[in-house]
Design a protein around this ligand. Sequence first.
Ligand SMILES: Nc1nc2c(c(=O)[nH]1)N(C=O)[C@@H](CNc1ccc(C(=O)N[C@@H](CCC(=O)O)C(=O)O)cc1)CN2
Ligand SMILES: Nc1ncnc2c1ncn2[C@@H]1O[C@H](COP(=O)(O)OP(=O)(O)OP(=O)(O)O)[C@@H](O)[C@H]1O
Length: 228
Amino acid sequence: MTGAGQRPPSSPVCSLAEVEGHDMQQELEVARWRRAERERLRADRMAMAVAARQDWAAALMRHLSAGLSGWLGDPKGRVISGYWPIKGEADLRPWLTELHAAGAIIALPVVVTKASPLVFRHWYPGMVMERGDWNIPVPPASAKVLHPDLSLAPLVGWDRANYRLGYGGGYFDRTLAAASPRPFVVGVGLQSAELATVFPQWHDIPMSVIVTDEGVQSNSLSRSGAPR
Ligand SMILES: Nc1nc2c(c(=O)[nH]1)N(C=O)[C@@H](CNc1ccc(C(=O)N[C@@H](CCC(=O)O)C(=O)O)cc1)CN2
Ligand SMILES: Nc1ncnc2c1ncn2[C@@H]1O[C@H](COP(=O)(O)OP(=O)(O)OP(=O)(O)O)[C@@H](O)[C@H]1O
């Protein structure tokens, strides 16, 4: 739903501080609005019944399987990063396991250094995990560091220009900004987590594509080239 929480931060006629082209007052307002939206969307997601969450994940995996060859070609020998589900995220590990069996190389994100790009470590089904930042299970430090060809990015919220609202660490943005070449990024989330806009900021990097329970969310911007 794009209704209730969707009120743009007020944009002042004349901002108090403008530094290096960044309107700081507007940035603060957007940050505050994002915190409230994250909270709302995460609460909605946590309130889902187990069966509904499983249906959501199953639908995502169907749409991901259907889209994969168009995004990446043959997954054999390619590096695909997923995520270990937390906080009501869709559990896509069966899909990662299937890709592993098909010869893809699977990686999971790790926060090695706070406020820095994520590191992707090799993962295989059944691997013994360690506890990482935020208590997220991660492959051990001995696992090989990889550079994904395709990355799944879990969405808390999203908009039709393919922008993502995450947990507020800025990790995916930093990771994509630092990656060369950039992976193809597939944002995965709930259709109901659509926002009219996430009010993209200087640091936000759009997803290559967004997939929800209702399928691939194509939009005119991404079809005609770079969103911004
Ligand atoms: N399952 C899963 N794994 C993932 C991610 C994810 O979104 N989902 N990440 C995707 O990035 C990375 C972890 N992201 C994190 C993002 C924020 C914070 C964090 O400490 N957040 C602060 C709030 C920050 C703020 O609002 O300024 C907090 O909750 O206290 C930790 C990890 C890597 N692994
Ligand atoms: N490339 C970057 N360089 C420096 N700081 C960045 C960069 N990208 C994001 N940040 C910082 O991270 C903060 C949080 O960003 P944002 O609100 O986009 O998080 P998010 O995408 O929801 O989080 P996450 O990816 O961790 O789930 C921003 O306020 C910004 O200051």
